[in-house]
Design a binder for this molecule. Structure first.
Ligand code: IPT
Length: 998
């Protein structure tokens, strides 16, 4: 069957659709406005539709409008989630040849059909598709109505003349690919079908097609001058316009075509207090309700201001995504996301990288989120076109740097393909219009984004210019404007931000200290892939340092992974697809089914609304909110913890204006040598729609006398009473109760027993490997190249000294790697005391040319029945040197099972930073300095080897690691290198581990 070639023609974007316009649903009376389903003018056509799937549209029968159906499919949904076609995850690479505007002949096709009953009231009838991927041919009663594309925008057809009384047939042909797919190369599972709601609207004959609420605010924001642009489909006619205040009081009520109304004592909207007015538009038969908030977003002197305050975005990038429903997201699912965001101090959303459902921003208006509304444009795949590369040579290429610069520029030139190609100008503009026109009355939308990663050029300049004249009240963002084609000088005059993704804190410093012309926005940062977001605190310290920096949007909100046949999550490659990008889709703050990762907990507490600091013997609280006095939102709960035990506490209501600090009226304990902590927890002091009273907004902890420790000291006993038997390969040390067997080849204990019972089930080991996190994916190659994954211990000399107090074993040893060299030179002193106490003193030297170490410490394989571990350190969630703001110092209890985090792609997890001791029934472990420890049912080798958590095999033992240091987490999976201060990169270090057998 030959369909018209609209889907390979960038000049044909829509046939017989109504112009893009604001989203609203007409009602008959105010009574039904709480839900569109209740409006008598709204008929939802979701449900099970008839469905046929064809691997190519060429297989569509000639007479497809009369064909029989084999299947049913729910609308809305993606057909890949219902057994048709297959899942395919690709990020940058196009999943088809780059050959615009052509797409493959093997272009999968879905034929949808349903009937519905209709009685005409003599009005106009509009059939709406809120989202279809990638394009649709639409037929009513077997007559062609129209064609449309732009997956994430509404296609509305006037079907009045096609409908008949009684039964009506709807047929929709959906193609997987069209020329628009070149502009929809977002980093996502590529899914197809009618994935958003379908409904019929009944409208008046001369109906109000569009309106645009505009207002000007006075300098001090107390007065607004409100006007309305109206667009009826024939001539404009008078409307009754009423405005109701947030307290439900009528502000004005007018009959007008053009009107302009002054409002005094304006109550402003902001995300901390989203005050909304209700605008009611009435014609003879229709009531249209639009919530509006008054707010002002502007840039002055390179600083971003919202309602005259310099504010910062604590943002996330959010996709519509669900493991079961794919792109089809219900109201309840979206609300769940928003609630989780509120609970975790997220205040802004970038709709990456396309408009969400039309009602999504309505929720953002209501619950309070700043929104960057992004149009449905990404053509990143153009940057993957082959460029001329030097022929491989085993000799050094002296022109390397020049070549690298040339390759980079050629790649950028390719990247700008669609940004500059006149053939795609119409499509790029159309996508801006779809975005702006639909959401232009949304209060939460304060920035329009031209799209994502599509290079820059004339087409985007035209897009920005169009937006600026259409909606001068909002700001315009486009990150890819930083890419310049070699033959083109970019005009950035209609862009309000300097935007980057994944820049380092040093990049922010550099921009804000030198250029300063536009606010710096990180539209993506702190890539949340796997165990991640180790850099949040540093980013926020940096954002706060610079007025020009207005925060950023974490990439990204949720992991993407459909369910596999085994009901487990699958990522790229798990569906047999190619090309694919592996687990790069697993980079969210929450799991695919919305379980918060520790990443989100770190983000939450870094973004807490208030922070305490210990200054001149006083506790000073700073209010980081922009519009709210602390007393209006939270209670400060405090408790003193002496040597791990809570002694006293209380709560306070604190009067503190936004951006101000106050001293807390609490008296602090004297330094009596105890370990004293002050824990402060900030809890919500009233119920809001998304946050319950007493919800914890964040916490602080102040270690009042950090020099005081609460760990046990090893006590020297008087008599050793040990027998020592030394052979060529071993040293055996034993008395009535204890037995140690020392391996002289390796330089470490191979057995430790108390009363005949082994403490360790395998020889002790020095461990410096960790299962690479996703953020280690780049450094991993350097680690492997240095042989870090293939190393073992080797001793050179062992000297045993027996004194009255102890048996001491001095060892010179090293960690060596096959085919490589020495990784560490170790000077070790083991001291064994008679009553089950022993220590290991280590001096380690590392060749400076080798990469930093993942970790360094001792590994114990403990018996499974060793019991529960108690520790004092940062818990109870996993914590690292650069990721411990989610955790508090305290006494915690855990088991290997509880301590393990099941990242879908296994990796290092569950470490605890800043520990003073770890205690099992039969072992007490500490060190001469705070350390990290880990307890896991899995070895690092197993976590390294497996690529899905559901394939992991448990060790027969409990794996206990006590680490001098565990390198930080960072966000290098797509971000800056791990900062030096978080690396184990010392060329020499010393530590003494101490143990007591219980
Ligand atoms: C960048 C993209 O904008 C985003 O969609 C996502 O792919 C993310 O990063 C990585 O997860 S692309 C990157 C190559 C900068």
């Amino acid at each position: 069957m030959a369909l018209p070639n609209y889907f390979q023609d960038p000049n044909t974007l829509h046939i017989n659709t109504t112009p893009h316009h604001a989203y609203f649903i007409p009602h008959q009376s105010l009574e039904t406005i709480s839900s569109r389903e209740q409006s008598p003018y709204f008929t939802l056509l979701n449900g099970d539709w008839d469905f046929n799937y064809y691997e190519s549209y060429h297989d569509l029968p000639e007479d497809f409008l009369n064909t029989a159906f084999e299947h049913k499919i729910p609308v809305p949904s993606n057909w890949q989630n219902h057994g048709f076609d297959h899942h395919h995850y690709t990020n940058i690479n196009y999943p088809f040849p780059f050959d615009p505007p052509f797409v493959p002949h093997q272009n999968p096709c879905g034929l949808y059909h349903r009937t519905f009953q209709f009685e005409s009231n003599g009005k106009r009838y509009l059939l709406n598709f809120e989202g279809v991927d990638s394009c649709l041919f639409f037929y009513v009663n077997r007559q062609f109505v129209g064609y449309s594309q732009v997956s994430h925008s509404t296609s509305e057809f006037d079907v009045t003349d096609f409908l008949t009384q009684g039964t009506n047939h709807l047929h929709v042909v959906v193609l997987k690919w069209c020329d628009g797919s070149y502009l929809e190369d977002q980093d996502k599972f590529r899914m197809s079908g009618i994935f958003r709601d379908v409904y019929l609207l009944e409208r008046e004959q001369n109906y109000l097609q569009d309106f645009f609420v505009r207002y000007e605010l006075s300098e001090d924001l107390s007065e607004a001058t409100l006007s309305l642009d109206l667009q009826f489909i024939a001539e404009n006619r008078p409307l009754k316009v009423e405005l109701i205040s947030p307290e439900n009081v009528s502000v004005f009520c007018k009959q007008a075509v053009n009107f302009c109304e002054k409002i005094t004592n304006v109550q402003l909207w902001n995300v901390e207090n989203p005050q909304l007015y209700t605008l009611i538009l009435r014609t003879e038969n229709e009531v249209i309700v639009q919530k509006i908030g008054f707010r002002k977003a502007e840039v002055k002197d390179g600083v971003f201001y919202f309602n005259n305050q310099p504010i910062k975005f604590k943002g996330v990038n959010r996709h519509d995504s669900d493991p079961k429903t794919g792109y089809a997201i219900s109201y309840a699912q979206a609300l769940k996301d928003l609630q989780l965001m509120k609970q975790h101090n997220i205040n802004a959303i970038r709709t990456a990288h396309y408009p969400n459902a039309p009602w999504f921003t309505e929720l953002c208006d209501r619950y309070g989120f700043y929104v960057i509304a992004e149009s449905d444009v990404e053509s990143h795949g153009a940057s993957m076109l082959a460029v001329k590369t030097p022929e491989p040579s085993i000799f050094l290429n002296h022109e390397n740097d020049l070549e690298t610069a040339r390759i980079r520029q050629e790649t950028i030139d390719n990247f700008c393909y669609f940004a500059r190609d006149p053939a795609f100008k119409k499509a790029i503009l159309d996508r801006q219009q779809a975005n702006v026109e639909r959401d232009k009355n949304r209060t939460s939308v304060i920035i329009w984004s031209l799209g994502n990663e599509s290079g820059y050029g004339e087409n985007f300049e035209a897009a920005a210019a169009w937006i600026k004249q259409r909606d001068p009240s909002r700001l315009v963002h486009y990150e890819s404007s930083i890419y310049q084609h070699s033959e083109y000088q970019n005009d950035l005059s209609n862009l309000d931000f300097y935007s980057e993704m994944y820049g380092s804190t040093e990049d922010i410093d550099c921009y804000c200290e030198t250029l300063k012309t536009k606010p710096f926005i990180l539209c993506e940062y702190s890539h949340a892939m796997g165990n991640s977001n180790g850099d949040m605190e540093d980013y926020w310290q940096t954002f706060h340092r610079h007025p020009q920096s207005c925060g950023g949007f974490i990439w990204e909100w949720c992991d993407h992974a459909p369910y596999r046949e085994n009901r487990q999550f699958g990522y790229g490659g798990d569906f047999g697809e190619t090309p694919h990008d592996g687990n790069f889709c697993m980079d969210g703050l929450v799991s695919p089914d919305r379980i918060p990762h520790s990443n989100l907990k770190e983000v939450k507490n870094v973004n807490r609304p208030v922070r305490a600091r210990f200054e001149d013997g006083k506790i000073v609280l700073h209010n980081y909110l922009d519009f709210t006095n602390l007393a209006d939102i939270l209670t400060v709960n405090y408790e003193f913890v002496q040597n791990g035990i809570t002694t006293s506490g209380g709560f306070l209501e604190v009067d503190c204006e936004p951006h101000q600090s106050v001293v807390l009226p609490i008296s602090l304990p004297e330094n009596n040598g105890s370990h004293w902590l002050l824990n402060l927890s900030y809890t919500q002091n009233w119920d809001t729609e998304l946050l319950e009273m007493e919800h914890e907004l964040g916490f602080d902890q102040i270690n009042l006398y950090p020099q005081n420790s609460l760990k046990k000291q090893l006590l020297v006993v008087t008599q050793t009473a040990f027998s020592v038997n030394e052979t060529a390969l071993t040293v055996e040390i034993h008395n009535e109760d204890y037995r140690y067997l020392f391996d002289k080849q390796k330089g470490i204990f191979s057995q430790i027993e108390k009363a005949g019972e082994p403490l360790i089930e395998q020889p002790l080991d020095f461990q410096f490997w960790r299962a690479p996190t996703d953020n280690d994916r780049l450094i991993r190659a350097a680690w492997q190249n240095a042989g870090y994954d293939n190393a073992y211990m080797r001793a050179y000399e062992t000297v045993v000294n027996v004194s009255e107090q102890a048996v001491e074993i001095r060892v010179t040893s090293a960690i060596v790697s096959i085919s490589r060299g020495r990784i560490l030179t170790l000077d070790l002193v083991y001291t064994i005391l008679a009553d089950g106490q022993f220590s290991v003193k280590i001096n380690a030297q590392r060749p400076a040319h080798l990469p930093f170490l993942p970790r360094f410490g001792l590994r114990f394989a403990l018996s499974k029945n060793i019991g529960v571990a108690e520790y004092f350190g940062y818990g109870e969630l996993e914590s690292y040197i650069d990721k411990h703001h989610l955790a508090k110092l305290g006494v915690y209890r855990t088991t290997a099972e509880q301590n393990h985090t099941d990242y879908v792609k296994p990796q290092e997890n569950g470490s605890h930073f800043g520990c003073e001791y770890v205690k099992f029934d039969r072992l007490y472990a500490t060190a001469d300095q705070p350390f990290s420890f880990n307890l896991s049912p899995y070895t690092a080798e197993e976590l390294t080897a497996k690529i899905h958590c559901y394939d992991l095999v448990k060790s027969p033992y409990m794996i206990f690691n006590i680490d001098y240091k565990m390198s930080g987490i960072g966000s290098n999976s797509c971000g800056p290198n791990l900062k030096d201060e978080y690396r184990l990169n010392e060329t020499e270090f010393e530590v003494e581990f101490q143990f007591i057998l219980g």
